[in-house]
Design a protein around this ligand. Sequence first.
Ligand code: ME8
Length: 572
Amino acid sequence: RFRRLQSTKPFYVTTPIFYVNAAPHIGHLYSMLMADARSRWEQMHPSRSAFMLTGTDEHGLKIQTAAKKQGLEPKALVDQVAQNFKELCSSANISYDRFMRTSDEDHVRLTQYFWRLMREKGYIYKGSHSGWYCVSDETFYPESSTEEIEKDGKTIRISTESKHEVTYGTETNYFFKLSQFQQQLIDYLEQNPEFIKPRHRYEFILNELTRSKLEDLSISRPASRLQWSIEVPDDPSQKIYVWFDALLNYLTAANFPHGFTTPNTTNYNFTTPTENIWPATHIIGKDIIRFHCIYWPIFLIAAGVELPREVIVHSHWLSSGSKMSKSLGNVVHPADILQYYGTDPVRFFFIENSNIREDCKFSDELLHASRVQLLNKYFNLAMRVTSPNFNIADAVRYHHHHHHHRSNELQEEHPEQLAELITSFQTKIDALYATMDDRFQQFDYSKAIQSWWEVVSLANQIFQMGEPWKYARALQQENSQDLDSVKREMYTRLSLRYVYVAAEALRVASILIQPVMPSLASQVLDLLKVRENKRTCEFARLGADESYGEGANDESPRPLLSKLKVRQVAAS
Ligand code: ME8
C-alpha cells in the first residue's frame, strides 16, 4: 500500500527476515523499530512516502530439524512461528507494508527465476565440496575458522566464531562464481563509501575484500539432506541454500523483475503489480554483514540490478552486560516488556538509546529510568498545559493579537533571563524538524532524541519559571474584582503567554515524536486539540496557523501513562 503522493519513489527500508527457529528477541524488535521509525518519519513529510519490509526466513535444515523434533510438518511449524513475529509487530505497533515469508508463493517463484537467470548468464556451475559443515549455522567453514575442543569427554570440532559443532563431509553442490565479481565490488565500494554505514563496518568489508581472495559460494544442498527448501530449477536432487533464497526476499517485495531493466530470460508468469520501489535501505545486525555487503551486492551486480541505496549495520543489544543467551538466563522477551512498560515507552527507549556504532545496553532499570523521564518531563507537561485551568485556543488568539510587543511585557514582571530563554526556545523549536530530519536520515536516532529532549526540557523550564497557574488562579479568585485593570491585563497576558509557549513546544515535539511513539504522541495531540490534518512535519514550527481546535481544556484529562515500578524478573 502506497501512501499519499504516489509520484515520488517510496523510501524502501528493510529489516532482516528473522529465523523462525527461536522466539523473537529484542534484537529483532530493535531492527523492526529502526525501520519502522524511519518509515513513519518519511511518511510524515507531505511529499515523501515509504515502504517497509519485514518478515520471516523459513527454509533450511534448522527448521526441518526443529519440526521433526516436535513431530510437525515444517510448514506447520513455520506457520506457527511466523504468527509470533506478526504478533510482535502488532504489539510493538510496527507498520510494515509487507510481511515477507520466504515460503510465500511469489517469493519461491522469484527465487527460482533468479536462479535460472544466473544460470543462463553462466554464473552457476556444478561442483563438489568438502569441508567443515555446521548444521546450526548452515555454512561450511574453512578449516582455519574451526577449532577442536573437549566436550563431555569427547573431542569435537567447532566453529571459532559461532562455537557450534562442525562435521566433515563431501557433497555435490551448485556454486556461484563470487570470485569473478570481487574486483567489481571493490571498485563499487571505493566509489561509494556511503554504501555501508557506519564507517568502520565499511572499512572492515573493504579490507576483507582487498586482503583475501573470495571463494565461490556453494548455493545448493543435496535434497537427500535438506528437504525443506526451494527446489533447484530442473534438478530435483538439489535444494537452494537458504541464504541465497533469503537475500532475494528484498527483490520479491520490490516486484522484481517488473520495472527493472535487466532480465531477459525464461519467462515466468508474474502477476504482481509493476511498482518499482528498488533500491532499498537495508537494516541489518553486525553478524550478517558478509551476506549483505559481499554476497548480496555480488548477486545483484551479476544480475545487472542496481545495488541497494545503503546497508545500515547496527550493533547488538547486551543484557546485563553480556550477549543474550538462554544459558545465561538473560534473554529478554519483547512481548513481556511491551506488555509491562507499554508499547510507546519501549519503542522510545530503543530509539533513544540506539547507537549503531557500539553495542547497546538493555536492562529493566534503564528502560524504567527512560520511562520515568518521559512521564515526568513530557507527559507531565502535557497534563499541566491541558489542565482545565487553561484554554489553549484563547492563549493562541491572545498571542496573535499581541505578538509585536512580546518581550517588553515579559520584562515588566519577569527576570530578563526568562525572556532570553523564550527567545532561544523559539529558535530551537523552529530548528527542531530540520535537526531531527538530518539525524533520522543518518539513522542517528539517539542524537535526534537528544534535540527533542532539549525542546521538551526547555518548555518545562519556561513553564515552571513562568508559573502561569498562579496568574490564572489569581484571575479566577473571587476577590479578583479588586485587581486594577492594569494588573488584570498583565495577569491575563502572563498566564496565556506561558500556556502558549508550552503548548507550542508540546505540539511541535509531539508531532515530531509520532514516528517513535505513535499512540502516546497522538493522544497528547488530542489533549492539545491539535487538528487531525495538522500533524505532519510542515506544521512542526512555531505558530503554524490554525493548528488548534476551539474550546476549553477538558475537565478531567485522562491519564495515558501511569507510574510503574521496575519489573521484577524471576531468575531462571
Ligand atoms: O540472521 N541485538 O536471522 P536472525 C541486536 N535469517 N540485534 C540482534 C541481536 C541483539 N542482541 N541478536 C541478533 C538471520 N540480532 C537471518 C537474516 S536476512 C536476508 C536473513 C540481529 O533471526 C541479527 O544481527 O538470526 C540479525 O540482524 C537479526 O537479529 C535477525 O537475526
